[in-house]
Design a protein around this ligand. Sequence first.
Ligand SMILES: [Fe+2]
Length: 291
Amino acid sequence: MNSPVQIDPKAHLGDVLNLDRYPIHALDSDAGQAMLAEARAGLDTVGCCCLKGFVRTEALAAMKAEIEAGYDQIFWSGNSHNPYFSLDDDRYEVGHPRRHFERRTSGFFNSDLIGLDSPMTRIYDSELMRQFVGQALRDPDIYCWADPLGRNPYGVMKPGDYFPWHFDGNAYTVSILVQQADEGGVFEYAPDLRNPEDECYDDVRSVLDGDRSRVQQLPLKEGDLQIFKGRYSMHRVTEVVGNRNRYIALPTYTRDPQTVNNPERSKQIYGRATPLHWERAALAKIDKLSD
Ligand SMILES: [Fe+2]
C-alpha cells in the first residue's frame, strides 16, 4: 500500500516567504501564536498590521521581473472616481462623498496575467497563507476572491501618479510592497470610517475635506506584508515622487466565495468587465454598503 505523500511546507514556501521569522506553517507553536498575537493587536486597534520582511528578496525580484516583462499589458487609469467607484449621482447634494471625485493615475497588472510559476501565485494559492490571514483577522472562513481580474493583481504607480481616497469592494486586502518609490507613494488610511450597517457619510466627508485627525500613515518597505480591512477603512496612496515606480502585490481575500466586483467598478479599475462580472452582478451582497 502506498503511504500518503508528505509535503514539507518549508520546502514549498520557504524560498518565497521568510518562514523562520514568520512561521505560518506552525500557527500552534509558541512562535506562531506570538506572530498571530502581534498581527491581531494591529488589526484590533487600527484595522491594519504590518509584518516586516515577510517575503524574500529573491521572490520580490521575480515579481518585479514579472511586472516589467508584462508592462505593456498594464491597464492605466486616468479617470476620476469617488470613494465608492460609483457614477456621479445628483440625488446627493454637491459636496457629498458620493459626489467627491478625484483623478486616479495608476495602473493594474491584472490577475489573469500572472504566471502559474510566479511567487505571487505560490503565495496566493497557499492554503497556509489563507489560514494565516484568516486567523490574524479572526475570520477563519475567508476565501480567495472569485474575481478573475482583481483577485491577486499588482498595483503600479509611476512618478507623478496618485491613488485617491476609496473603500475596497472586498473585505480584506493583503499587500506586499514589491518596489518602493524614491519618495511619496505612502499608504494613508482612516480606520473603521464606515461599518457594514452605516456609510457614516459625515465622517467620510470630513476626511475628504482634509481632516487629518483620524488619518494614519503606514511606512511600508519592500517585502513587508500588510493586512488591512479595506472595506471599512477609507484609504489612499499619496503621489509618487522621484524616478522609481511603486509596485505592490495585492493578494485579496473575502468573506464570500461568489461575489466579484460589480461591472462598473471592474471597468474603472481593471479596464474591463468579464461575463462573470455581469453574471454575478445580481448576486445579493452580504452587507448593506453601496459598494
Ligand atoms: Fe484599496
